[in-house]
Ligand binder design. Structure first.
Ligand code: SF4
Ligand code: SF4
Length: 432
């Protein structure tokens, strides 16, 4: 009776979701942090047990308790394999939102955190200034000097690790400027595309390749100019209000030109977030139905291309290719076959499956920066599997995974290239 009374006081978790967990443990072998540590507290079942204990008043929220939740990559592999249908993504998101008030962090880190999440990531102009500075740092030769002299190690090992994660910048920025990329085909359907926050600045070439492939599939592609970051990172770290604000802005941006075709997304994490704008804004009287309609239009680029009967170019590519599932494409969007089938349709591709391709690579949005040690532990296993695959090219479907794999490959000194599926499709039309 007492327990019921305590439970009913809870407002931060949906109890009908929380108490679906029957502690069977089927999810353990899908969890990257459990596989890396072997610890129950770093497993989905352990994290849910902590949520229940706090919810029932048996445990106080402390730094130690929060640590186990923070170490969750939010890959949602546990949700995908759970026979009881525990919606773990909702539970961890609500938990991260709830514990924000309990965090005791210094003024400076808190300020840096707030600036990054509220003013940097959601704002392309501010973010592009930062990336332009990064570009100068790399091209001026400073980066080489810093790495050669190991000067950052004298200041802090953490800073040195952070510098090692500076992404390789691929070509000019890809701007969300309202441009319509024409396919040149007479009765082309008009679709829209999300650029996201990080991808257009660090992987402009890859975004242009994706648009060229959509054009080859006979689609005119509009890039709405007032679009913003999808809000995935904000919801992962518990800033649900900001995530909702960004969702509303995107709904407006993509409805401005009265296009009701597909909203194609080349980044799996963004696509997953946008497909869930419906539930995110379900309590918003003005936006609930708009959000549900918006989400129905969102589709991952691999999933979309499979439905277009696209024919890869005749020149093909000669590569031994494997594929790493991006968690938010496989576990949330349930898209697994489309990228593989696209790869297999390319002439010259020798496709091989990657062992444990369903296990996260450790990127997890900002996880690779906030939890570098666990992230690297998870990545180390991925590198072993890449070597065993014998592939010279690894493909994936998300900018975070792309950067994480690039960093792992560089540090391991492997001769393997990281590509998107659309990069390889694009090569089939352009390679001589
Ligand atoms: S989350 Fe699902 S799979 Fe994992 S222990 Fe609970 S019921 Fe079992
Ligand atoms: S979301 Fe991923 S890291 Fe977190 S508990 Fe589930 S499987 Fe483990």
């Amino acid at each position: 009776m007492l327990e019921v009374e305590k439970i009913s006081k809870s407002t931060w978790l949906n109890e009908s979701e929380l108490y679906k967990c029957v502690h069977c443990g089927f999810c353990l072998q899908a969890c990257p942090t459990y596989l890396a540590t072997g610890l129950e507290t770093e497993s989905p079942r352990g994290r849910i047990a902590l949520m229940k204990a706090v919810n029932e008043g048996r445990l106080e929220i402390s730094n130690q308790v929060m640590r186990h939740w923070d170490l969750c990559v939010q890959c949602r592999a546990c949700e995908d394999v759970c026979p009881s249908g525990v919606p773990y993504g909702n539970l961890i998101e609500s938990t991260m939102d709830h514990v924000r008030d309990y965090r005791r962090i210094g003024l400076l880190p808190r300020l840096a955190y707030e600036i990054a999440l509220k003013y940097l990531l959601p704002n392309q102009k501010n973010l592009s200034v930062l990336v332009a500075m990064m570009d100068f740092y790399i091209k001026s030769g400073f980066q080489k000097l810093v790495r050669k002299t190991k000067i950052l190690r004298l200041i802090s090992r953490r800073l040195e690790n952070l510098e090692m994660m500076t992404p390789a910048l691929n070509g000019e920025f890809f701007r969300a400027d309202g441009h319509v990329y024409q396919s040149g085909m007479a009765d082309a359907e008009k679709i829209q595309m999300l650029t996201g926050c990080i991808m257009p600045l660090t992987q402009g070439n890859q975004m242009r390749a994706a648009v060229r492939v959509l054009n080859k599939a006979g689609k005119d592609v509009e890039i709405p100019s007032s679009q913003v970051c999808c809000g995935a990172i904000n919801s992962h770290v518990g800033d649900v209000e900001k995530a909702k604000e960004l969702a509303r802005e995107n709904i407006e941006a993509f409805s401005k030109d009265n296009i009701d075709g597909a909203i194609v997304v080349a980044s799996a994490g963004c696509g997953a977030r946008m497909k869930e704008y419906g539930p995110l804004l379900a309590d918003d009287p003005e936006y609930s139905s708009k959000a549900a309609n918006f989400s129905k239009r969102v589709i991952d680029i691999n999933e979309y291309l499979i439905g277009t009967q696209l024919q890869p170019g005749e020149s093909g590519v000669r590569r031994a290719v494997t594929y790493q599932d991006s968690c938010h494409l496989a576990n949330v969007q349930k898209v697994r076959d489309a990228p593989r089938n696209l790869l297999k349709s390319i002439q010259g591709v020798d496709f091989c499956e990657l062992k444990q391709s369903n296990i996260c690579c450790g990127a997890g949005g900002t996880y690779m920066i906030t939890e570098p040690e666990m992230s690297k532990k998870i990545l180390a296993n991925k590198m072993k599997n890449i070597i065993d695959s014998g592939a010279d090219t690894i493909t994936t479907a998300n900018p975070g995974c792309f950067m994480q794999l690039q960093n792992g490959i560089r540090e391991a000194g492997l001769d393997v290239e990281v590509k998107y599926v659309t990069d390889l499709l694009d090569e089939t039309y352009t390679k001589k």
